[in-house]
Design a protein around this ligand. Structure first.
Ligand code: HEM
Length: 405
């Protein structure tokens, strides 16, 4: 029996099907009949049940990231997301203390609040906006800039550097895109190298300063430090932007949940977590089999590319009863996989959750009557990264927004 005959659902599958937002029935079918399937169009294994996705993510010996040709290495260099085992601990170790919940809460709560209020001040007087451009993107970029110690004055450059990295990641086989991302690396180094020298001479309480202190015992040289900072910049922008857009989109389609949040604002962290479960900004992670092995009884050959699908695992009814329902008080949603799991679980998870709860709560509080602009609808899309391409919203009284048009 050929692999195509063995996995008929995987054989019929097209990337466009996986990119569509309304594909939950397809993912349910896959999980039920072929929880490990051969996605013939792209020559990769897709894993769709929560239990098997956990198995892959929690086994960094059989399923690794350190392979030649990993796009993350080509674009960002040798950093924690492309190395395994002890090498991974060495790269991640200096950053870990600064990203613990208590450290992040102390370092970032005021900055995050300030960035949120500044951006909302700028739009609150209007009656509508495209939320990605007016709020979610500049918020994510400015906090990423804060993490790197670059502050608000470099946000435009940080935005452009991110865009060049993202272009390189998509077009990593295209020399022009890779060359463009290499220029962005140089540009970022122009900001960071003097900053690192300054902080080494005069340490302060900033995150970067703490990382440099811890790092000097760990990472081999400044190129490794710079590579991990590039990864952090890359990891902290589109993800956070999408978290805000996706959760706003979900809430605006579920006004009863918004009313629950108005009555009990302590529910905001849970609402963010549920938005992340239902519409994960990152749809899957990349792994490669380090040996001939199996997943769920399906033989996998050494070197095969294996994709644990977060979209599908997060909607597994075995883990999340009634999984397609948006319910901000579901008791099980902390085990969702939107930040990954295991050794490579998101370094920024605590910061991202603080950002999500602060940004969304204040967005809904300050822009009262927030609603979708029905004349310009959109919905989340994408398989690797998922978000609405734009999100037009109005607020205030309905008559005010009619006058504006
Ligand atoms: C809602 C926002 C975010 C989402 C959904 C998200 C998602 C993820 C996921 C799924 C992974 C695992 C990748 C894998 O296993 O292959 C990951 C790793 C990572 N994330 Fe995030 N992320 C978010 C925000 C952030 C932020 C704010 C930072 C800034 C520090 C960040 C930095 C990283 C880093 C450095 C890694 C690699 C960790 C390692 O290899 O040990 N992320 N993220």
């Amino acid at each position: 029996m050929t692999v195509i005959e063995q996995f008929p659902l995987g054989a019929q599958l097209r990337l466009a099907d996986l990119e569509r937002f309304d594909n939950a029935p397809l993912l349910h079918r896959l999980r039920e009949h072929e929880p490990v399937t051969w996605f013939a169009e792209h020559g990769v294994w897709l894993v769709t049940s929560k239990a098997l996705v956990d198995q892959v993510q929690l086994d960094p010996v059989r399923f690794v990231v350190d392979v030649p040709g990993n796009p993350q290495r080509i674009v960002l260099g040798e950093q924690m997301l492309v190395v395994d085992g002890e090498e991974h601990s060495r790269h991640r170790g200096p950053f870990a203390p600064s990203f613990r919940y208590s450290a992040v809460r102390e370092t970032f709560t005021d900055t995050v609040t300030e960035r949120v209020e500044q951006l909302l001040d700028a739009i609150a007087g209007a009656s509508g906006a495209e939320l990605a451009a007016a709020f979610a993107n500049p918020f994510a970029v400015s906090v990423a800039s804060d993490i790197l110690g670059l502050g608000i004055e470099h946000v435009e450059e940080v935005h452009d550097i991110y865009a060049a990295f993202a272009e390189g990641m998509v077009g990593y086989r295209d020399p022009a895109a890779v060359a463009h991302s290499a220029l962005a690396r140089e540009r970022l180094a122009e900001f960071l190298v003097p900053r690192i020298a300054h902080l080494r001479a005069r340490p302060d309480g900033s995150l970067l300063s703490s990382v440099i202190g811890a790092r000097d015992a760990g990472l081999a040289d400044d190129e490794e430090l710079l590579a991990n900072l590039r990864l952090i910049l890359f990891g902290a922008i589109e993800t956070v932007e999408s978290m805000i857009l996706n959760t706003t989109w979900a809430l605006l389609h579920h006004p009863a949940e918004v009313r629950r949040l108005q009555e009990d604002p302590a529910l905001w962290p849970a609402a963010v977590q549920e938005g992340l479960r239902l519409i994960p900004p990152v749809g899957y992670t990349d792994r490669w089999a380090s040996e001939d092995t199996e997943i769920g009884g399906v033989p996998i050959a050494r070197g095969d590319y294996v994709i644990p699908v977060i979209h599908a695992a997060n909607r597994d009814p075995a883990a999340f009863p009634d999984p397609d329902r948006f319910d901000i008080t579901r008791g099980d949603n902390r085990q969702n996989l939107s930040f990954g799991k295991g050794t490579h679980m998101c370094l920024g998870v605590n910061l991202a959750r603080i950002q999500g709860a602060a940004a969304l709560r204040r967005l809904f509080e300050r822009l009262s009557g927030l609603r979708l602009d029905e004349a310009r609808p959109s919905e989340p899309e994408g398989f690797n990264f998922r978000r609405p391409p734009h999100l037009y919203v109005n607020w205030g009284s309905a008559s005010a927004s009619r006058v504006r048009r």
